[in-house]
Design a protein around this ligand. Structure first.
Ligand code: NAP
Length: 803
């Protein structure tokens, strides 16, 4: 069975044969379609094709004969000959990326009619097109497609399902009509038909499909959990994780390996995260150095100077009506957003801010004061603090509390809660009430009303002895409850714990993605649209807000680092697997690959360092002391025996130990290669200046005559190395310098692709046969077996491994 389902289920709306779209035109003559790689996804496609009167044949490695016969599809198990002898009009390749090439190699083309139309449904299109052009004889037609929909049980999209296609090679009247009939199947089902080149598809898909999968996987690795105070953005992220979880790592890995643009996208994502980290840590550094070197500049608070004007007034003097007089301090983005609804509900709103917002305030029906003393003189019952998190303490300390009535209610809306709670308790006069709140929405997510959005609050200090004070607090909360908010009472500490997981990570993802300047594409997936929306909603918030979340939520740093580690470990997983594949291909030996991987450090990432079970077993059954003593005695005896043997062994002087050769460095000179867009054959040539080290661990010296070796590229010899004869003294090493030319030219798609990718992988093999001079003369040889990545873009040897 295929390891990869051709379409990407995260993105896919259903195409339901039971709910056909209106048929606009009369169906064309029925086609005989052979589906190769017939699995669950194809069962669903088959139903659609059959419902439009086409005849179906199917082949798959697994036995799907019973489901095929239920659908009235002729099923062929192992033999593709039998299927081809039925002369299908269309071969629909629904195989995984890895198996498609094998199928193409084994198909008996001679049994098929000329003009047979080959259609693939792989999610990576340049790769599929290249394969089909490489293997199919000239007279076969090629249509590359990506149906961006799945079976009806998968996620639903409000848009019509999309069908992306590229008519790669359609020749002759027959070919054209067959191709149109096939496309007509999907058009009649109501698909949005998108014709675009395979290269364009992959470029867009790297942005949309691969990036969406990557973000989903990174978040999945962070084990995000739903909280009682989810924001819309966070819920969208949880949805993304849920969708990605349904897809195999194989699918993700193949999107990475077979789409040339994915690597770039992955690197960009890493860079964006790093740049955000620099921004955050840079600001943090600024704060720390200010504190260390400048000290606190303004310690005096106006609050301490004069007591509250109604000190002796036991009647607190506020009205108990439902309509409140609210003074907003900090009339920026969020303050204005809240004021709009408060005014709409009939409350009197006054505002003060550092910046002059007189015009904006009058449009909203708010009275603006540029002096906070004037605002406080108006006896507001509620002071609503809407300043940035960073400026809160400074603003709070500068407020003239003495102008307010005793028992005024102070409310904040900061996105972190423990910090303002502690600041209020520390700075505010004892007889003021304190309500800490966090509307879990903003101007973007709450622009169409607040219904269903969470509002968190903590009644930190409300004078319970006076009913009027409690009812004033309730009236304030009712502003949000009456708009349909979901009211969540929880402690400030609890809020911060949940919010670091949800809110901070949502902002982080939004800000990282914002740096990628993502754009909508003609083939946006639903998941990708979620990401675009997230960017839109976080882009509207100030960096101060994000930085405040980071700085004042004690859990934020850990979350930030976890995101970074998850991204890194995902990258390691991808690269580890890629290397495994490369080594297998180059050295054809799993064990060798493993050893090589271990030396490059990738094995650790791919296979893990030590089995967890091993650690667990050790934790549960620690070895007994007596066992340990017994073992020490045995090991000592064994050690002595070995030592004795070693001393006695004249083999030490007789038998040669293996010699070692390796490349210590390679410098690249005179690199030339052609632009793959030019019409001439692709080529590269360069001079390699290599430093070779030969180690002789023997008692006697090693001598070898002038020897030669090959430099290979993709199984072809592209250069020769000549190592002039040398003598290596006992227990020593020599270093040699060898220069050689490498060059290759050929009209191959793989060469073109490698040049386009900017990466040529060269393999070096040389055997230096000679003699090790011990008591008995030993024939000795040393192998030089290395692999290097030649980076065409940076003109360097990027990686070098030697066995
Ligand atoms: P913000 O950048 O966090 O805060 C802007 C406000 O802070 C403006 O009123 C600004 O006054 C004031 N301010 C900034 N630096 C100041 C300073 N040094 N001295 C005095 N005032 C200063 O953006 P915001 O979106 O408006 O958020 C306001 C508060 O609401 C924040 O605490 C935030 O955590 C919270 N909140 C925001 C959202 C949201 O979605 N935006 C949601 C829930 C809660 P001037 O404009 O006069 O300079």
């Amino acid at each position: 069975m295929s390891t990869l389902h051709p379409p990407n289920p995260t993105t896919i709306p259903p195409l339901s044969p039971s709910d056909p779209h209106p048929v606009n035109s009369t169906p064309p003559p029925p086609l005989r379609i052979a589906i190769i790689g017939f699995d669950n996804y194809d069962h669903f496609l088959a139903k659609t094709l059959l419902s439009q009167g086409h005849t179906l044949l199917a082949h798959s490695l697994s036995d799907h004969s019973s489901s095929a016969s239920l659908l009235n599809v002729s099923f062929f198990t192992t033999d593709l000959h039998e299927l081809c002898q039925r002369h299908p009009d269309i071969i629909l390749l629904s195989t995984s990326i890895q198996t498609t090439e094998n199928i193409l190699k084994t198909l008996p083309f001679h049994l098929l009619h000329p003009n047979t139309l080959f259609v693939d449904v792989l999610p990576v299109k340049v790769f599929a097109k290249t394969l089909l052009l490489q293997y199919l004889p000239q007279h076969f037609n090629i249509l590359c497609t990506h149906p961006m929909f799945g079976p009806p049980q998968q996620s639903v999209d409000s848009r019509g399902p999309r069908f992306v296609y590229d008519k790669v090679r359609i020749i002759g009247g027959d070919g054209v009509s067959r191709c149109e009939s096939f496309l007509g199947v999907f058009e009649r089902e109501g698909c949005e038909m998108v014709e675009m080149s395979c290269a364009d598809h992959d470029r867009y898909a790297a942005g949309s499909q691969f990036l969406t999968h990557t973000v989903g996987r990174v978040l999945e690795m962070m084990n995000l959990e739903t909280t009682p105070i989810n924001t819309r953005g966070y819920e969208a992220l949880l949805g993304l994780v849920e969708n990605t979880r349904g897809d195999s790592f194989d699918l993700y890995y193949e999107l990475f390996v077979y789409n040339n643009n994915s690597l770039e996208m992955l690197e960009k994502l890493g860079c964006a995260f790093e740049s955000l980290r620099k921004e955050l840590f840079g600001s943090l550094h600024g704060v720390v150095s200010k504190n260390l070197f400048e000290g606190e500049t303004h310690k005096e608070t106006r609050n301490g100077m004069i007591r509250s004007k109604d000190d002796a007034d036991f009647n607190y003097g506020y009205n108990t009506a439902r309509w409140l007089k609210i003074g907003i301090v900090g009339f920026g983005n969020f303050g204005q957003f809240l004021a709009k609804t408060m005014v709409k509900q009939g409350h009197t709103v006054l505002a003060y801010s550092r910046t002059d917002y007189t015009d904006a305030a009058s449009k909203l029906g708010v009275v603006f004061y540029s002096d906070v003393d004037d605002l406080f003189e108006e006896d507001p019952e509620v002071i609503l603090l809407c300043t940035s998190i960073l400026s809160t303490e400074k603003v709070l300390k500068s407020l003239p509390f003495q102008r307010l009535k005793r028992g005024t209610l102070f409310v904040d809306v900061l996105s972190v809660k423990e910090f303002p709670r502690n600041a209020f308790l520390r700075v505010l006069p004892q007889d003021f009430d304190i309500l800490c709140t966090h509307p879990m929405f903003g101007p973007e997510s709450g622009k169409n009303g607040w219904n269903g959005l969470s509002f968190v609050f903590d009644k930190v200090r409300i004078g319970m002895d006076d009913r009027r004070r409690t009812s004033r607090c309730d009236s304030f909360l009712d502003i949000f409850a009456s708009e349909g908010c979901s009211m969540v009472e929880m402690s400030c500490a609890e809020h911060d714990r949940y919010a670091a997981g949800s809110q901070f990570i949502t902002h982080t993802v939004g800000r990282v993605l914002e740096k990628l300047s993502l754009e909508s594409t003609p083939i946006d997936t639903k998941g990708y649209e979620t990401l675009l929306k997230l960017v839109e909603s976080t882009a509207g918030d100030s960096f101060d807000l994000y930085y405040g979340l980071f700085l004042y939520n004690p859990n934020a740093m850990e979350q930030f680092e976890r995101f970074g580690s998850a991204l890194e470990s995902l990258k390691k997983q991808l690269f580890g697997r890629l290397h495994c594949l490369l080594h297998k291909q180059l050295f054809g030996n799993d064990e060798e690959s493993r050893i090589m991987l271990e030396t490059t450090g990738y094995a650790k990432a791919t296979y893990g360092e030590k089995s967890k079970d091993f650690d667990k077993a050790h934790a549960i059954y620690p070895p007994k002391q007596s066992d340990i003593t017994g073992k020490v005695i045995i090991y000592t005896l064994v050690g002595l025996c070995i030592l004795l043997c070693l001393f006695i062994s004249i083999g030490f002087y007789v038998i040669a130990k293996p010699l070692k050769a390796s490349l210590t460095s390679v410098a690249l000179r005179n690199l030339k290669y052609n632009d793959t867009s030019s019409s001439s054959w692709p080529y590269f040539n360069a001079t390699l200046a290599m430093k070779i080290r030969i180690d002789n661990p023997n008692f006697g010296f090693f001598e070898f005559p002038t020897s030669k070796g090959d430099i290979m590229y993709n199984g072809r010899v592209v250069g020769e190395i000549k190592v002039s004869g040398q003598r290596v003294d006992s227990y020593s090493a020599i270093r040699l310098e060898v220069r050689t030319e490498v060059s290759y030219r050929g009209n191959h798609v793989w060469l073109k692709n490698d040049i386009k990718r900017g990466l040529i992988i060269l393999k070096i093999e040389a055997k230096l046969r000679g003699e090790v001079h011990l008591l008995a003369l030993n024939k000795g040889s040393v192998n030089l077996k290395c692999l290097m990545h030649l980076n065409l873009i940076d003109e360097v040897i990027q990686r070098l491994w030697c066995k």
